[in-house]
Design a binder for this molecule. Structure first.
Ligand SMILES: C[S@@+](CC[C@H](N)C(=O)[O-])C[C@H]1O[C@@H](n2cnc3c(N)ncnc32)[C@H](O)[C@@H]1O
Length: 487
């Protein structure tokens, strides 16, 4: 490891990268980092490092391009095969038994690089007969890696090791490369996500209610504080009873992340327990000016005891109303039970929302989006349903429709910070940076007007303080000129 910088401005670049992305690795390897900076400067046509630093401060695209240079994207199909054996032999059967056969398993490769890990999961699901009952999300901070991932074409090098066994069944030859067959490609959706910017888990990023997360060989690039923050968020992304798999070289995660470690002959795996859970998709407030629920009130609820992970909670002694039972089932990740309890969309908006949430987790975003649309015909003024609909449309890639739905939410309730935040994310995706900045500023202003520990409506349990911090970090990552915040 070289410990010296030849140019102090390069060290400042590495510091900026660490602040904006949590990627502290660049600070530890000055020589390698300076080499990446030089390549990026050439690509941007910039002559001096200080000029380049200024460009990074104000242009998110320049930062993205530098991240493409800095990140180590080493990966291959079925890397650490023991992990995939454990998933196939232990995790999938357990989840299937607990969630029911109709449940669509949701898996996420967080830090997926060029997609090999995400596609390995899709192949494993297909081998386990779960082709129609699983979906996989792959996210990364490197746009270049995501472009390769979406292409689904790989060289032999990506198929070294255990991967080579799968070539004939799941790939077809495409010149010197191997192309994944369409049914596997269809199962995986790729998206940009910076794990160390704390705007997730969220509906917008589709990172809630996961049954299985692989976050391998990513945490090693973060400092201890960022590892802890990311671990907590990964736990919150999991549905109760869901599993997290890290690499054997990754830092061990403490119990304070909320995860239960399982030491097995296949390695260490983590599971989110089924106690003290929050709803996967949080309770809605239907009034145009929603009351803000103090966090403390939520904590006073007694933690529900379960007999074993992934099991239905004990029924309370007094019979519960259908809505409460459905809410409890949603909390426990029993989506099929929610659908049995609320079999159609003819009831109150709140019941419809529970059904939509269960459908999103059980059958996927398309079925849930259709249901939300139908429910909105009966409840056109429901901000919660409009917001759900917006999120689902965004996860289906229908960004224009999603934007319109978010505008409806904001029209109905201008104080909904999450709606401004979500609209900011859509603008960012569409490269409308000034519009994105405006939305994040509004979200931050609304959040700062509340005590930091109050839970925000429709925010998946996020507090005003944490959403304000997320908005501030997004604003910092977006760079650009500060504008006066409108009163
Ligand atoms: C070594 S690869 C791991 C790929 C795969 N998970 C595996 O184990 O084979 C690490 C990946 O983490 C990504 N990464 C680094 N920092 C990140 C961040 N803050 N958010 C999301 N991804 C990040 C890098 O772009 C890179 O693609």
């Amino acid at each position: 490891m070289s410990a010296t910088w030849t140019d102090p401005a390069a060290e400042a670049v590495a510091r900026l990268v660490a602040v904006r992305t949590g990627f502290t690795y660049a600070q530890q390897y000055p020589a390698k980092t300076e080499e990446s900076i030089r390549r990026s400067m050439a690509a941007q046509g910039v002559a001096s490092v200080s000029e380049y630093l200024a460009l990074l401060e104000r242009t998110p695209q320049a930062m993205e391009q530098l991240m493409d240079e800095l990140t180590i994207r080493e990966t291959y199909f079925f890397r650490e095969p023991r992990h995939f054996e454990f998933i196939r032999d232990q995790i999938l059967p357990q989840l299937r038994e607990a969630r029911g056969h109709e449940h669509v398993l949701r898996a996420w490769s967080a830090g997926c690089a060029s997609g090999e890990e995400a596609y390995s999961l899709a192949i494993l699901m297909a081998q386990s007969g779960l082709s129609d009952a699983a979906s996989v999300l792959g996210t990364d901070i490197s746009q270049a890696a995501l472009t390769t991932a979406r292409g689904g074409r790989y060289r032999d090098w990506s198929l070294r090791g255990a991967g080579s066994k799968f070539m004939s069944s799941w790939f077809r030859a495409a010149g010197p490369a191997w192309e994944l067959i369409e049914p596997i490609r269809r199962k995986v959706r790729f998206a940009y996500l910076n794990l160390s910017l704390d705007a997730w888990p969220s509906h917008v990023s589709g990172t809630l209610g996961m049954d299985l997360i692989l976050c391998r060989n990513v945490l090693i690039y973060f400092d201890a504080w960022t590892v802890e923050q990311v671990a907590r968020r990964l736990c919150a992304s999991l549905a109760p009873g869901g599993w997290l798999v890290t690499a054997s070289s990754d830092p061990t995660l403490g119990r304070n992340a909320g995860l239960e470690p399982h030491v097995t002959e296949y390695g260490v795996f983590y599971q989110r327990p089924v106690v003290e859970q929050r709803p996967l998709l949080h309770d809605a407030h239907e009034s145009p000016a929603p009351p803000i629920k103090p966090r403390r009130a939520a904590r006073q609820q007694p933690a529900r005891k379960v007999r074993r992970p992934l099991e239905t909670p004990e029924p309370a002694s007094a019979p519960l109303a259908v809505g409460d039972r459905a809410r409890a089932a949603l909390l426990a990740g029993e989506y099929r039970r929610v659908l049995e309890l609320i079999p159609d969309l003819r009831g109150e908006a709140d019941a419809c929302r529970l059904r939509v949430d269960a459908l999103a987790n059980h059958r996927g975003p398309e079925a849930a989006s259709d249901a939300a649309e139908e429910a909105l015909r009966h409840h056109p003024l429901s901000t919660a349903l409009h917001f759900r609909h917006a999120v689902l449309l965004s996860s289906l890639g229908r960004l224009k429709d999603s934007e319109q739905a978010l505008r409806r939410v904001i029209y109905l309730d201008r104080r909904l910070a999450v709606a401004h935040f979500a609209l900011g994310a859509l603008h960012w995706r569409g490269r409308r940076l000034e519009a994105a900045r405006r939305c994040y500023r509004t979200a931050e202003r609304i959040c700062r007007a509340s005590p930091p520990d109050v839970e925000l409506p429709l925010a998946d349990g996020q507090s005003a303080g944490s959403l304000a911090a997320a908005a501030a970090r997004h604003l910092s990552a977006l760079g650009g000129q500060e504008e006066a915040i409108p009163a």
